[in-house]
Design a protein around this ligand. Structure first.
Ligand code: HDE
Length: 761
């Protein structure tokens, strides 16, 4: 080892870090066949790891795996030591002066253990504190050289490793996953030319137009400062007080009150970069771009009653779903879509593309699919990876640039700034999950927790003593800011204000509402009703309804009725009396229903109720059919453990009616067998299970004798309009009869024709 250390000018155990002569460059243009693989001096790798190291990623697809190996620790077969590596003889007793005597200050082992423990916590994120992350990769479909020189888009099949963190916004770190909220969708691309963070949300617009209002927005939505309530909820006075006084938030509120605010899973939500960004090619030419993530498994959401119940039974619902999908191989996957448009197009739109409260309807600029992202590995350690990952909108690479969106400008500042207190200093980029796989060379030095050991005496530029290194990359290789810009064309003085089109607060709110299906519109109205009904100040409620009248009279009316308001308040005065005529008045792609995905049931959870005496053959047939399609099929019984079937076989129930209630599942199978049905009918949980499944419009397969359970639960086989319910499948003559239709329906949408407000069941 000493000989090796002499031969190499850098730390052999960290060959990727801060090497001088031997820094290993990621191969440019690595492809699926020859992916970017980086050498490592780690003592722990995928090959010699134990089961404790987590799931194994597909060979060649995760270039982040090996760089992180150098810091992975596996204690299998190892002796317990202090942080100084001193073996510890006794981890049970502190050092005392006599068995009943005082503990001694000398006990460095106890003191080290307690001191470290006392400092285990770091500040949580001010927003997006609650989140879950995963590793994966981005694969480019076609080279995009015409538009951008950004490394991930250089070649067809090129793989770029990613780490993604999903989050809620308002709740604290330990809050529930299924709150009504926006979801963060932050992607860190470890590109050959440095890290690119696309820090987006699951909604394409935002509440405010200018960074100046962000602290106000966040203070309004967070728990109220006097009593610190409510947790992870926007249904309270201060939030709606602010919103009702900020008409620019109206469009975003349509999205937030729609079912997008309560996604079924991270894997089934869209993602958006929100702001307009720029793509820049080798020639320095630039176009505008909006980023979209389109889930392979379609967009699916919860319904409110379900979200409320889940938050009690499984506050980790989305975290668990993400983890389980990856562990089971049903890898979450999205396509990256780009809306590319020119400066000239932008100038002619009826809205301003620098305004983050506006979308660009897909009818105006289609979304072009340019690659896919697959999440295929869970983190090994939540804190080290998911908690310490630091995203930042300022992390762009050559080929990607900013627009002049004033909200984005504030973000470019805020993200780095916040990490300095959250992660304890300016060297957070050296924390392994944040470190780029591209080499880092500059003259920044020192600061808290510095990891790099810089060699030589030069830490300035220009220099001659270091041979001029590290030297500027120059415009051919380095990042060059695009000179073009809407405002660069006009000579302007310094000003605090907004362009006129920003003042159109309602046209796109109307567009969103009008583009929804009737069921979605009903859910939006119900969400406004719920949230506003929680307010204690009637004036805020009225102000909100008066604002909604400008977006949709229909919606305002429904909300007012739901709140028991006899007369509607007058519409709020508009900031802009005559907004420019919108290009489209309906955009069907804004509906969740427009995005069913591939319709596959992969990752969906199905409950199969069983009890002693169940007809086992039909249960096994259903289970096999579901598993074959990648769905998760769980046997749920009055209690966990073995269940003897009618044929005398043993089935293993791994969930009980009590510990996994009905609303945690996407679909339900009720069994055949008189004895089993009698046992289930006796248990009150069964009725709740069926009622929740029915009320939440899920597919229910009723085998043979279970018809009795349906009757007992008071569930009607007919829809409100008298038609038969296609989501309630009866198979009296054995499971085979309805199996195919059932499995197909498990991957499909809810049976919303069943829905009434208030619910019938
Ligand atoms: Fe953020 N935001 N944000 N935000 N944001 C943070 O950064 C901020 C905005 C988003 O999983 C913070 O590291 C300002 C829009 C996500 O770690 C902070 C403004 C969008 C995440 C911050 C915005 C986002 C954050 C808190 C207005 C969607 C979680 C901790 C000018 C496009 C990232 C942190 C993760 C996190 C500031 C507005 C998305 C304080 C000042 C718009 C997904 O820096």
């Amino acid at each position: 080892v000493q000989a090796l250390a002499r031969a190499m000018p850098h730390n052999v155990s960290k060959p990727l870090e801060h090497g001088f002569d031997n820094a290993i460059n990621p191969q440019r243009g690595a492809t699926v066949d020859s992916p970017s693989r980086l050498a490592t001096g780690s003592t722990l790798s995928e090959e010699n790891g134990t089961e404790k190291t987590g799931s194994t990623a597909l060979e060649g697809l995760n270039a982040t795996i090996e760089p992180l190996d150098r810091v992975r620790v596996d204690s299998g077969g190892q002796v317990l030591t202090t942080n100084q590596g001193v073996p510890i003889a006794d981890n049970q007793n502190s050092l005392k002066f006599g068995l009943r005597g005082p503990a001694l200050l000398e006990d460095f082992i106890l003191r080290e253990k307690l001191t470290h423990f006392d400092h285990e916590r770091i500040p949580e994120r001010i927003v997006h504190a609650r989140g879950s992350g995963a590793h994966g990769f981005f694969e480019c479909y076609e080279p995009l050289a015409q538009y951008t020189k950004a490394a991930p888009f250089k070649e067809a099949g090129k793989i770029t490793p990613v780490f993604v963190r999903f989050s809620t916004v308002a709740g604290e770190r330990g809050s529930k996953d299924t709150a009504r909220d926006v979801r963060g969708f932050a992607v860190k691309f470890y590109t050959d030319e440095g890290n690119w963070d696309l820090v987006g949300n699951n909604m394409p617009v935002f509440f405010i137009q200018d960074a100046m209002k962000f602290p106000d927005l966040v203070h309004a939505v967070k728990p109220e400062p006097h009593h610190a309530m409510p947790q992870a909820a926007s249904a309270h006075d201060t939030f709606w007080d602010f919103i009702s006084l900020m008409p620019e938030s109206t469009h975003m509120m349509m999205w937030a009150m729609s079912d997008r605010g309560i996604p079924r899973s991270y894997a089934t939500m869209q993602g958006f970069g929100v702001h307009s960004y720029r793509l820049v090619n080798e020639a320095g030419e630039s176009v505008f771009v909006k980023f979209h993530w389109e889930p392979k498994y379609g967009t699916h959401s919860l319904v409110w009653d379900e979200a409320v119940k889940i938050s009690g039974a499984d506050p980790d619902f989305h975290r668990r779903d993400l983890w389980e999908r990856i562990e089971s191989g049903a890898f979450p996957e999205w396509e990256l879509g780009l809306q590319i448009f020119t400066e000239e197009q932008a100038e002619n739109f009826s809205f301003d593309i620098l305004d983050a409260t506006k979308i660009i309807p897909e009818e105006l600029v289609p979304v072009q699919k340019v690659g896919r992202m697959v999440l295929n590995r869970n983190p090994d350690n939540f804190f080290a990876e998911t908690e310490q990952v630091a995203f930042c909108t300022a992390h762009v690479v050559p080929g990607i640039d900013f627009s002049n969106d004033p909200l984005l400008a504030g973000r470019i500042h805020s993200y780095v700034d916040t990490q300095i207190s959250r992660l304890g200093g300016p060297n957070f980029h050296e924390i392994p999950i944040n470190a780029p796989i591209a080499p880092v060379h500059n003259n920044q030095r020192d600061g808290m927790h510095r990891q790099a050991i810089h060699r030589g005496r030069v830490s300035y530029e220009p220099n001659s003593l270091g041979g001029g290194c590290p030297f500027q990359a120059g415009s051919a290789q380095g990042f060059v800011t695009v000179a073009a810009g809407l405002q660069a064309k006009e000579e302007q003085a310094k000003v605090r204000g907004k362009p006129e089109k920003f003042a159109d607060h309602y046209t796109q709110a109307t567009l969103f509402y009008e583009s929804q299906t009737p069921v979605e519109q009903a859910h939006i109205a119900a969400a406004f009703r719920f949230e506003l009904s929680k307010l204690t100040v009637p004036a805020i409620r009225e102000r909100m309804v008066s604002s909604l009248r400008n977006a949709s009279e229909d919606l305002a009316r429904k909300v007012a009725d739901g709140l028991g308001m006899d007369t509607m308040p007058a519409p709020m005065p508009r900031a802009l009396a005559k907004p420019a005529r919108a290009e489209v008045s309906k955009s069907p792609t804004l509906s969740l229903m427009a995005r069913p995905g591939d319709g596959s049931p992969r990752g969906r959870k199905v409950a199969i109720l069983v009890a002693p005496g169940v007809i086992g053959a039909s249960i096994v047939a259903v289970q096999e059919a579901l598993l074959a399609q990648g769905a998760v099929a769980r046997l749920v019984a009055p209690h966990i453990g073995p269940v003897t079937s009618d044929e005398g076989d043993m089935l293993d129930a791994d969930a009980s009616l009590e510990n996994e209630p009905g609303f945690l599942f996407d679909a339900l199978v009720l069994p055949d067998g008189e004895a089993a049905v009698a046992a289930l009918a006796k248990d009150g949980h069964t009725m709740e299970f069926i009622k929740d499944q029915y009320r939440h419009c899920k597919t229910i397969l009723v085998l043979g004798a279970s018809r009795a359970l349906i009757d007992k639960a008071g569930v009607s086989a007919a829809l409100p309009d008298g038609q038969p319910d296609p989501g309630l499948m009866f198979a009296d003559g054995g499971a085979d009869q309805a199996l195919e239709a059932f499995v197909n329906a498990v991957g499909g949408p809810r049976h919303t024709a069943r829905e009434t407000d208030p619910p019938r069941v």
